[in-house]
Design a protein around this ligand. Structure first.
Ligand SMILES: Cc1ncc(C[n+]2csc(CCOP(=O)(O)OP(=O)(O)O)c2C)c(N)n1
Ligand SMILES: [Mg+2]
Length: 785
């Protein structure tokens, strides 16, 4: 790049630095929230990425590229979008304000176009890598999309997060030449100057995983000094200097800086810098490559040139670059004072009248901004898949069957549907076969970027790996599972192709990937995940594999619909419905639930269950009504009035249960009948949809100061206002609210302690889930009336 263009970039980056700093300043000093809670923001973390980001958006990126910005650099991102003309000026004083710019880049809440949400460090960093995995898959199945580079701008301390290394190490992410991570190597975290010199360790870790590593360590001034005779000793000294000592230089000037810089240095270094003036020494020895636009552009070009593996750039930067808090170990959340901001404004040649201005459109910088805006403008993307997922695959079972088995069979059936099949993609963290994906894999194969030779012939499992495969196998990392699902579910946006992603995981280990699960749904992703097997019902497996709190997790996660069917047909309907919702807008008319947007979490079991009671309910209610109620969240599996007509005057209870425990509940209802109590049995297929329906009417009542109505889903399943017993192979708390929703006393039964090995019967006995306990709970509930 010629000097003129570099000068233009420099002018732009100076304005970016100013705006990013002032955006945070305005949030803290121009607004009075009146609640005493500090607003906050990160001027220092923003400043250290100003050069790298200016060089990206104002020179390097194309419209097709997708970038994750480290959470604390969101002000830089918005400043850049503003200068490009993609953000209205009114937002600039609204960082961290309601309806304003989000603290951390958000796909769903920011007014400008954010590619990847970030916030929980490590996750946003890994997301572009999985977006690139998704792109490789899309290109292989649907034809090559226009080339994109997937970039992550990440903090150096972010590399302490384990999920980073799980992502880097997984074979599914190897060979992605369109990925570039840029580490903002300012050697500071939140609390401290990162001890020691970690670059060699990190370099080794990336290289061991097959990555291309670039270091941008020095700026032009230092490079020139190194080239002078004796410069090698200077370089050697700076390279060996501990971070703590180096960082301390930023707070110093004059002779004090020289003294600190030379502390412990060989005599030749002192001699080399002897004729460099005090005023020049500081700027020289702190001249780092991460603030040299040409050095950064060269690094980006080096990454582009390596097309067979991902690249990582370590850009040596200064936290707080260009600000009075530069390099200060306590600068992470430090805010410039109003006086400092005033001085900075003046130093940037701005006044309170001109401080929010865009670049003068007639100036070279303004012209550059206009050109870049054009170059970066993107065509709209289509979210809906535009295919109709059938309401049912008609899986039937005439013998006891588990939901996990049915799940596998429904997927196989859908893989036969010519409309739906091409878009299905499954993934699992080394549990594909043990979660019943084998049938699907046998039909569709495993995805590999290139054809792989198969060395063993297995008639049960045809693990053929090829670019046509539709299962993406991961190593044992639940973080990677949810990161990949999250990106597969955003493929419509980031790769121009909507997909129907389905993941499986052992239910207890949903918790292991929980933050990535949250990350995906917070980002607006849509996918299906099956947690299977779950609960103490996988009895002999013992406490380490028995999930108890996952139902609550599924129920409470926003953007996630939690489903726990017990019977084959109900799972079939719910899974087809979920995929139909993801396919976008093709929700069958019978769906009682209002349009949902997000992920679908099925909690399944390996316990075979007799299907006859469900068929009886089907005969009683009819297919259409039953389906509607199943999809809405609950239906009466046994209607006591019809099942026990001679108990017309008997006391009535409702036994509500989800999933694998239904046989015990049915047995309890029969025992209660013998004791003269009429018990309805309600199969709760989606605790989540029921709860949401209830909450919706309550909130409506609260907001309009009117008496809330009882939502339809609750009304049809719990027609009588009589005592309730809830039974769940999960923490008793998850269903306990049903009593209040029905307006009657409730006794919640569930698993509130860690499990252990045993038979189903033994463990149900331990946790009071056998029919005898359910009967006693029903009597207790009646007594509480
Ligand atoms: C998972 C997670 N843990 C903790 C935090 C709080 N936190 C935010 S930034 C930060 C330090 C980041 O340091 P670095 O990545 O080096 O970024 P820098 O600000 O230096 O650029 C921490 C601990 C977070 N956002 N996410
Ligand atoms: Mg840092």
């Amino acid at each position: 790049m010629n000097q003129h263009d570099l000068d233009v970039l420099d002018e732009i980056q100076r304005r970016v630095l100013w705006l990013a700093t002032r955006i945070v300043d305005a949030a803290n000093h121009d607004r009075d929230t009146g609640d005493g809670v500090k607003v906050g923001g990160h001027q220092a973390s923003s400043a250290s990425l100003v050069t790298a980001m200016t060089a990206l958006w104002f020179h390097h990126l194309d419209a097709e590229d997708r970038v994750a910005v480290k959470p604390h650099a969101s002000p830089v991102f918005h400043a850049i979008q503003y200068l490009l003309g993609n953000l209205d000026r009114s937002y600039l004083p609204k960082l961290r304000a309601r309806g304003g710019l989000q603290s951390y880049p958000s796909r769903t809440k920011d007014p400008d176009e954010v590619d990847f949400s970030t916030g929980s460090v490590g996750l946003g960093a890994a997301a572009p890598l999985f977006a690139a995995v998704t792109r490789r898959y899309v290109d292989a199945h649907f034809g090559a999309r226009p080339h994109s580079r997937f970039v992550a701008l990440i903090g150096d301390a972010e590399l302490d997060e384990g999920n980073i290394w799980e992502a880097v190490a997984d074979p599914a992410t190897t060979g992605l030449g369109n990925v570039m991570w840029l580490v903002d190597f300012n050697r500071q975290s939140l609390d401290r100057v990162v001890p020691g010199i970690r670059i060699n360790q990190w370099r080794g870790q990336f290289e061991a995983a097959g990555w291309h590593v670039v270091e941008v360590k020095y700026g032009r001034k230092l490079a020139e000094a190194y080239a002078r005779p004796g410069g090698a000793t200077l370089r050697d000294w700076i390279d060996r200097m501990p971070n703590e000592q180096y960082q301390s230089l930023f707070g110093l000037a004059g002779p004090a800086l020289r003294k600190q810089f030379l502390d412990g240095a060989p005599a030749e270094v002192a001699a080399f810098v002897a004729d460099i003036g005090d005023d020049e020494l500081g700027p020289l020895v702190t001249d780092l490559g991460g603030h040299d636009a040409q050095a950064m552009l060269d690094a980006y070009a080096q990454c582009d040139a390596v097309t067979d593996r991902p690249s990582v750039v370590f850009a040596y930067t200064v936290k707080g670059w260009g600000l009075p808090i530069a390099g200060n170990p306590r600068n992470h959340s430090a805010l410039l004072t109003t006086e400092q901001v005033d001085a900075l404004r003046a130093a940037h040649g701005l006044t309170p009248e001109t401080e929010w201005d865009r670049l003068d459109p007639a100036s070279p910088a303004g012209i550059q901004a206009g050109e870049r805006r054009e170059a970066l403008s993107r065509p709209p993307r289509e979210r809906a898949l535009g295919v109709t997922v059938p309401e049912t695959t008609r899986v039937r079972a005439n013998k006891p069957v588990s939901t996990q088995e049915v799940f596998g069979r429904v997927l196989v059936e859908l893989a036969r549907d010519p409309q739906v099949a091409p878009y299905l993609v499954t993934t699992a963290p080394d549990v594909a076969t043990s979660t019943n994906l084998a049938g699907f894999i046998n039909k569709t194969g495993v995805f590999a970027p290139t054809e792989q030779r198969s060395w063993t012939e297995d008639r049960m499992l045809r693990w053929t790996e090829s670019p046509a495969g539709q299962h993406i196998e991961l190593g044992i990392s639940e973080m990677n599972l949810f990161l990949l699902l999250g990106q597969l579910g955003l493929s419509w946006d980031l790769s121009g192709q909507p997909l129907l992603p389905v993941g499986t995981v052992y239910d207890p280990f949903v918790l292991r990937g929980l933050d990535a699960f949250l990350y995906g749904t917070y980002s607006g992703s849509r996918f299906v995940v099956a947690g299977t097997p779950s609960g103490i019902t996988l009895a002999p497996e013992g406490g380490a594999h028995q999930s108890t709190i996952t139902a609550s997790v599924g129920l409470e996660l926003p953007g996630v619909t939690f489903l726990e069917p017990a019977y084959a047909s109900s799972l079939d309907w719910l899974l087809c419905d979920a995929l139909g919702q993801i396919a976008g807008g093709s929700a069958p008319a019978a769906t009682a639930a209002p349009a949902e947007d997000g992920a679908y979490y099925f909690r399944l079991s390996t316990r075979p269950i007799d299907q006859a009671p469900f068929e009886a309910a089907r005969a009683r209610l009819g297919d259409a009504v039953l389906r509607r109620q199943v999809v809405a969240g609950a239906y009466r599996l046994v209607d006591a009035h019809q099942a026990y007509p001679d108990l017309a005057d008997a006391p009535v209870v409702q036994l509500a249960a989800s999933g694998a425990v239904l046989p015990e509940v049915l047995a309890a209802a029969a025992e209660l009948a013998e004791e003269g109590v009429a018990a309805h049995v309600v199969d709760v297929t989606s605790l989540d949809r029921l709860y949401r329906a209830w909450q919706r009417t309550l909130r409506q009542g609260v907001r309009t100061a009117t008496v809330p109505s009882v939502p339809g889903a609750l009304r049809s399943a719990f027609a009588d206002r009589v005592p309730v017993v809830t039974v769940h192979d999960a923490a008793s708390h998850a269903m306990a609210w049903l009593g209040s929703a029905v307006g009657a006393p409730a006794v919640p039964l569930g698993v509130d302690e860690f499990g252990q090995s045993g038979s189903v019967r033994e463990l149900y006995e331990l946790h009071d889930l056998l029919p005898g306990s359910i009967v006693n709970a029903a009597l207790a509930a009646l007594a509480l009336r």
